[in-house]
Design a protein around this ligand. Structure first.
Ligand code: 7RM
Length: 641
């Protein structure tokens, strides 16, 4: 018998919402009609939040800057906590956390409320005022959410830095944000080992003069030096703090957080998100797209260091009063069934993860999920990169048992919340397509001339509430990056095509951003890390296709005169990139080349490099050590261009 996945794919099967699901779904088909006036639609969603003061005007759009809910005042932590503890959700689980070693903690809304208040009060006591930036560099522990919510309570914008980033990357983000406080931990657990967060932080802080206070959470108990007058243990920090901290009434357009993301240059951009629109967007999308019901247990597997963790581990679920699951470690520790053990143990009903994880699970085989009871699941989500139809169908069949709708959700750090997605119970799905814009969202595909096209660039023609409000400290780059290709239209950097039913099919980035396992890495950033090495003269980094990660990094390197290349040097260069950026940017391949092929205008011929990296342009025996080889390849490609 043929493989069931192949059969489904060959039939080009579409997936209709199961009737029983549709009957009780939060989203009903009329939602698209209700959103024909998008501003009115978003206003209705904003009213689901608690405002200290109503807005005067729903939208003020002066391209490229939008203001949502102008004049309105609210507080994010109040919306995520206070309004729930005032009612029956007081004793409901807000966070169910599992550490990698297997320790677990459940925090009710009341528990979380108390912890957040104390940490917020301590920050305020420390002199952290509205507007002062706080960098958070923590493992996936409840304190990450507590610190974030505490910041929002006092109006101090947070800047969460993923725990996998190196000291250099951390330093750059602290410096650019001019944070006065850093919240970190002694270490975190990962794949049986320990990530030395405090050690990394100390190294980063050597050149961060703005940081006056470092709050250190004890997680692993490893020995770490504490600098007197600067470093304070979390427990000490909150010991004397008041049990209640009055939430700061924030203007809808006050800065909520910064989050750094890779762009097409070497320097990460601090994406600016504000308060009212962002919270409206994440709250509404979480409820409709994940079909949140009161009894659900929602697990988004993203780290809080990424936007997905911000919007769908912390703010979206908590603003809705849902139960959010947090897991500290990797999917293969101690064994490859860890995710399914977690689903079984906590009765996860909604699972939101990334295609790269799904492809890894496919490769590991069905025996791991089969060992566990996954019957609590009723909805599955995917995010971070295009999901190939094979992985979609596998996810639906093996993890979802053929019962659970799958939502492939497209969005970006810049968009704040999901913008293109099926609505479970409403949308007929086609594996591999993110389907349709969310109600109230005006997405389109344009050609080079700005005309609607069947294939081209994905754009957003109207503002949406969670959109970025700029790049921290660099308004010019904001305009150049997102608003220069088309007038008054947001350029996503993604390619897309539309099918005969108007379904969107995402095609990946069209700029120099590579998507490795759903994480954005800029080729320029890796290139600058490589040329930072004393033996490297020049480098060009490209993304090549990779079965599991979607894309992998291949680095072409020319070394300085007289330097001998070797496997060891290749390893050293990889380690150098890890040191400069973090393990997520480690190149899979280092290809030493006598010369880098460039066009006459000096542009690196990336297509040629991609063909080499994917084994199409060179035989096995040829290498790029000989400049004549590079020259002849180049000549051949120039003919084709
Ligand atoms: C949420 C997140 C954004 C980039 C984006 C795309 C790619 C994300 C999908 C996707 C195809 C998807 N933020 N991307 N989701 N591509 N289908 N469902 O990932 O800022 O880190 O990355 O990720 O290229 O521009 S992000």
């Amino acid at each position: 018998m043929a493989n069931p996945i192949e059969v489904l794919l060959k039939e080009k099967r579409t997936f209709k919402p199961p009737k029983a699901f549709a009957a009780h779904a939060v989203a009903q088909p009329r939602i698209y009609k209700d959103a024909t006036n998008p501003v009115r639609f978003w206003e209705k969603e904003a009213r689901a939040l608690d405002w200290f003061k109503p807005w005067r005007k729903a939208l003020e759009w002066k391209p490229p800057y939008a203001k949502w809910f102008v004049g309105g005042k609210l507080n994010v932590s109040y919306n995520c906590l206070d309004r729930h503890v005032a009612g029956p959700r007081r004793t409901k689980a807000a966070l169910i956390w599992e550490g990698e070693p297997g320790d677990t903690r459940t925090l009710t809304y009341w528990d979380l409320y108390r912890e957040v208040n104390r940490f917020a009060a301590a920050l305020r006591q420390q002199g952290v005022r509205k507007g002062a930036r706080v960098t958070i560099y923590l493992p996936m522990v409840p304190e990450a959410a507590i610190a974030m919510l505490a910041c929002t309570r006092i109006g101090a914008p947070h800047n969460v830095v993923f725990g996998g980033f190196s000291p250099d990357a951390l330093r750059e983000r602290i410096r650019d944000s001019e944070s006065t406080v850093l919240v970190t931990a002694d270490g975190g657990y990962r794949r049986g080992g320990v990530v030395p967060l405090k050690k990394n932080a100390d190294e980063a802080l050597l050149e961060c003069p703005t940081v006056k206070t470092v709050v250190v959470l004890k997680r692993t108990g490893q020995d770490v030096p504490m600098q007197r007058g600067r470093d304070v243990w979390w427990d000490e920090f909150v010991k004397e703090a008041a049990a209640y901290c009055k939430p700061e009434p924030m203007d809808a357009e006050d800065l909520l957080y910064l989050l750094y993301t890779s762009g097409s240059t070497g320097k990460p951009k601090g994406i600016i998100h504000t308060t009212g629109g962002y919270l409206t967007g994440v709250t509404a999308t979480t409820r409709y797209i994940f079909d949140l019901h009161e009894g659900d247990t929602f697990w988004c597997t993203a780290d809080v260091g990424w936007v997905t963790g911000h919007s769908y581990v912390v703010y979206g679920p908590l603003a809705n009063g849902a139960t959010s699951v947090m897991y500290e470690g990797t999917p293969d520790w101690p064994d490859k069934d860890r995710f399914w053990r977690i689903v079984e143990k906590h009765g996860v009903s909604i699972l939101y993860t990334a295609p790269t994880a799904i492809r890894t699970f496919m490769r590991w085989g069905e025996k791991y999920p089969e060992q566990c009871d996954l019957s609590s699941l009723r909805l599955l989500g995917s995010v971070g990169e295009p999901i190939n139809p094979e992985a979609w169908v596998w996810y639906w069949r093996v993890i979802g048992g053929g019962r659970c709708p799958v939502v492939d959700t497209w969005w970006q750090t810049e968009t704040g919340h999901i913008l293109i997605t099926p609505l479970p119970g409403v949308t007929v799905c086609k594996p591999g397509s993110a389907t349709k814009p969310f109600p109230g969202v005006d997405a389109a595909v344009l050609d080079d001339h700005g005309k609607p096209a069947k294939a081209g660039y994905l754009v957003l023609r109207q503002p949406w509430p969670g959109m970025l409000r700029g790049i921290w400290g660099d308004p010019e780059r904001y305009v150049k990056q997102y608003w220069s290709r088309y007038k008054d239209i947001y350029f996503t950097g993604d390619g897309a095509k539309l099918d005969e039913d108007g379904y969107f099919w995402l095609l990946g980035r069209v700029d120099d951003v590579i998507n490795v396992s759903g994480h954005r890495v800029s080729t320029m950033e890796v290139e600058s890390a490589l040329v930072d090495h004393p033996l490297v003269a020049e480098s060009a980094v490209i993304g090549r296709s990779h079965e599991i990660k979607g894309q992998a990094l291949a680095a072409f390197v020319t070394v300085k005169e007289g330097v001998a290349t070797s496997l060891e040097l290749g390893d050293e260069l990889k380690a150098h990139v890890v040191k400069k950026i973090g393990a997520l940017a480690r190149p899979d391949d280092i290809i030493f080349s006598a010369d880098l092929p460039k066009t006459r205008s000096g542009k690196i011929m990336r297509r040629l490099l991609r063909d080499i990296a994917e084994g199409r342009a060179l035989g096995d025996t040829t290498t790029l050590a000989d400049p004549a080889v590079v020259a002849s390849l180049k000549a051949k490609y120039e003919e084709q261009e």
